[in-house]
Design a protein around this ligand. Structure first.
Ligand code: SOE
Length: 396
């Protein structure tokens, strides 16, 4: 399926005598994230000004299922071997939506093959894999090949606006951040084992899955880097039903951490996948010397701002409905007041990645930024294992 946007791009056809052709995209994975990314590729050209591209091929292990997903999600074809796909001359972008244990192998191979790479978060399951991915990204960047990690919440307009307000100094000096990400999809002990509950496939539990988002948000919103962490992990449900009986859960259900940032701010992070009643609650509060901000992903179009520079008797959190054309990304969507949802952030991500490729500007979050989050997560694990030690995070 070709995007309706600009018909040409500087990429040239293999045998086409320099004829411009659309960028060819391959996505690897067709489950939850593969579906969310596919939806973004399918819609981005209808709303944003992006270079021409084609949804060429969707890759997955089960031939019948991936063929059906490709048909439903607008891909021209499906395939079962990602290696064949990244070797193709008509593929320019590889979008990795496969589980974390596959990220490093696919990303490094794709970058070496000269493909631009978008990879779902977290960057990888281990620091070693993350470092290998950064090395491959740096070598590829020197050849004009781009890479980005999918911390999608950076592209929720209310959070982009929060970052802008903080960068403009509207909060003064940020002292304190509270970031929590609470879900309950694992609260039921009868929920069966899956790859997300095994350390060898998922790397960690709520820590890598959701604290990665929270840590990225803290660093992104403040434009700062974590230097010190103290953490705790806990597994409440230590066994889950497997096909042949109970199996041990080898990752955390919940994690807690305090983070110190280079600029002196302190953040708390709390995440859980067993917080009964909280469905997908990414809540962030930022407190500065001159103002404060509050956000809750369960109301994604709203940002609450308190201006601490007005007289105290007038102070209070005001609700900003982030749907004005002046707000980040919103001019592409509907008239003001017509709210958008969770999936739109993926469309914004697709737009930003395509634009970076078109302009040759390295996009953010880079693999280096993804590695920086991994180092914080590794510090939390180390601190948790040592029971309360404070761990220094080195960013080089
Ligand atoms: C599952 O906890 C999950 O799908 C995460 O993997 C995503 O990154 C998050 O956006 C929603 O929750």
């Amino acid at each position: 399926m070709e995007s309706a946007a600009h018909p040409t791009h500087s990429t040239t056809d293999a045998g086409g005598a320099g004829r411009p052709r659309p960028l060819g995209i391959a996505a690897i994975g067709y489950a939850f994230m593969g579906k969310a990314h596919s939806n973004a590729w399918r819609n981005v050209g209808s709303f944003f000004d992006v270079p021409a591209f084609e949804q060429k091929v969707l890759v997955g292990r089960n031939a019948d299922e991936v063929a059906e997903a490709a048909r439903l999600y607008g891909w021209a074809e499906s395939a079962t071997d990602w290696r064949d796909v990244i070797a193709r001359d008509d593929i320019d972008i590889v979008d990795i939506c496969a589980p974390g244990w596959l990220h490093a192998e696919i990303a490094v191979a794709a970058l070496e093959a000269g493909k631009h790479v978008l990879v779902e978060k977290p960057l990888a399951n281990t620091l070693g894999e993350s470092e290998a991915m950064v090395a491959a990204a740096q070598a590829a960047r020197a050849r004009g090949v781009q890479s980005m990690v999918g911390f999608t919440y950076r592209r929720v307009p209310a959070l982009t606006l929060a970052r802008d307000l903080i960068a403009e100094g509207r909060l003064g000096t940020v002292r304190q951040v509270r970031a929590s990400y609470l879900q309950d999809w694992l609260a039921d002990e009868a929920t069966p084992m899956s790859w997300r509950l095994r350390k060898e496939s998922a790397g960690s539990g709520a820590l890598g899955d959701t604290a990665s988002h929270a840590v990225d948000q803290v660093q992104y919103l403040l434009g700062d880097t974590v230097t010190e962490v103290s953490g705790r992990l806990h597994t409440f449900i230590t066994e889950r039903p497997g096909p042949d009986g109970p199996e041990p859960v080898t990752v955390d259900d919940a994690a807690w951490a305090t983070l110190t940032l280079a600029g002196g701010a302190v953040a708390s992070v709390e995440v859980s996948r067993v917080a009964l009643g909280r469905k997908n609650a990414l809540e962030i509060e930022v407190f500065g010397t001159d103002g404060s901000l509050r956000f809750d992903l369960e109301n994604p179009n709203e940002l609450y701002f308190l201006d601490g520079t007005v007289p105290v008797r007038e102070q209070g959190f005001s609700r900003i409905l982030v749907t004005e054309p002046e707000h980040p990304y919103l001019s592409a969507w509907w008239p003001q007041g017509h709210v958008i949802g969770w999936e739109h952030a993926f469309t914004h991500q697709a737009h930003d990645f395509l634009s970076a490729i078109a302009t040759g500007t390295p996009p953010s979050p880079s693999f280096e930024e993804g590695l920086s989050v991994q180092r914080v997560l590794a510090g939390i694990e180390e601190s948790a294992a040592a029971k309360s030690a404070v761990v220094t995070v080195t960013n080089s």
